[in-house]
Design a protein around this ligand. Structure first.
Ligand SMILES: [Zn+2]
Length: 271
C-alpha cells in the first residue's frame, strides 16, 4: 500500500507509453496493473500544490483558491497566451514568466480526438502530447515565446479545433490522419495571415519546421470503453476495479474513467 499527495501521472515515451502514479515522492509504475485490480482511496483531504494548505476544493491543476489568484500559471494568459502581458510589466510572477513563457515554444498539430492545434514549451515534447492522449503529433512552428505561439494558434484555430473531445479520445477508435498534408493544407489557407504576423513581429520570430517528423504514440490499453462514464473522488471515495487501460491522464476501468490530473492535490491511498 502507498499513500500520498496525488499529482499528474508521470510518463515516459515508450511503445506503449509507460505511466507512473505520482504520490508525493513515491512513484508507482502502472503498466504492470493492466488487467489487474487497482484500488484508489481518497482520504478526504485536499492540499494546495503551492502553499500546502488544506482546501475544500482544488482549482486549476491542484491549487487553493487564493493561490489561483496569485500564481502566474493560473492567470488567464496561460489559457489564452495571446493575452500575455509580460511586456507590460504586469506578469504575476515575472521570474516564472521568464523561465516558462519567454522561452522557445512549439505550435503543433496533433490527433487526439481528431485534428487539433496546440502549443507547448519546447521541454514538454512529447509529454504534452501524451497528456492529451494524442496518437500522432507533429511540431509546425518553433517560436521565441509563448505569446508568439498563442498568436499563431489563434490564427490556425480559425480552421482547426484547439480542443480535445476527451470522451472521443477515450473511445480510442480514432483514425490516423496524414498530419503533413493537413499542415500543408493549413499553410495554404492561413499562410498569408501568418506571414503578415511575422512581418509585424520582426523577421526570425517564427521558424517553420518544414521537415518535422510525425511522432506516433501508443497507449497501454487492453480494451477501450464503448460508453465513457466519468468517476471522481468528489462523488466516490473509493475507486476500484480492473484497470483496462491508460490514455492521456485518464485511468480506464471496466465501469468508468478517472482523470488523474484533475485530482492533483488529493491525498489518496493505493492498493
Ligand atoms: Zn494555496
Amino acid at each position: 500500500m502507498l499513500s500520498g499527495l496525488l499529482d499528474k501521472m508521470a510518463t515516459s515515451y515508450e511503445s506503449p507509453v509507460e505511466y507512473q502514479l505520482v504520490l508525493g515522492d513515491e512513484r508507482l509504475p502502472l503498466n504492470p496493473y493492466l488487467g489487474k485490480k487497482l484500488t484508489l482511496k481518497f482520504s478526504g483531504k485536499i492540499l494546495c500544490g503551492h502553499c500546502g494548505k488544506e482546501t475544500k476544493k482544488s482549482y486549476g491543476d491542484g491549487y487553493c483558491f487564493p493561490c489561483t489568484q496569485k500564481l502566474a500559471q493560473c492567470d488567464i494568459c496561460i489559457m489564452k497566451p495571446e493575452l500575455c502581458h509580460y511586456d507590460k510589466g504586469t506578469c504575476r510572477e515575472p521570474e516564472w514568466g521568464l523561465s516558462h513563457c519567454m522561452i522557445p515554444h512549439f505550435v503543433y498539430l496533433a490527433n487526439s480526438s481528431g485534428l487539433k492545434v496546440g502549443i507547448t514549451r519546447h521541454t514538454q515534447i512529447p509529454t504534452r502530447w501524451i497528456d492529451q492522449g494524442a496518437i500522432q503529433a507533429m511540431p509546425v512552428f518553433e517560436v521565441k515565446t509563448r505569446y508568439h505561439s498563442g498568436l499563431i494558434e489563434k490564427i490556425l484555430s480559425e480552421h482547426v479545433s484547439d480542443k480535445t473531445n476527451w470522451r472521443n479520445m477515450l473511445k480510442g477508435n480514432n483514425e490516423k490522419i496524414d498530419l503533413k498534408s493537413e499542415r500543408d493544407h493549413l499553410m495554404n489557407i492561413a499562410g498569408e495571415q501568418i506571414e503578415m504576423l511575422e512581418d509585424e513581429l520582426g523577421l526570425g520570430a517564427f521558424n517553420y519546421l518544414e521537415n518535422a517528423e510525425v511522432t506516433e504514440i501508443e497507449y497501454p490499453v487492453l480494451e477501450y470503453p464503448t460508453k465513457v462514464s466519468s468517476m471522481s473522488f468528489d462523488k466516490k471515495a473509493v475507486i476500484e476495479g480492473t484497470l483496462m487501460g491508460i490514455k492521456g491522464q485518464y485511468l480506464i476501468f471496466e465501469d468508468g474513467v478517472i482523470n488523474i490530473r484533475r485530482h492533483s492535490g488529493y491525498v489518496i491511498e493505493v492498493e
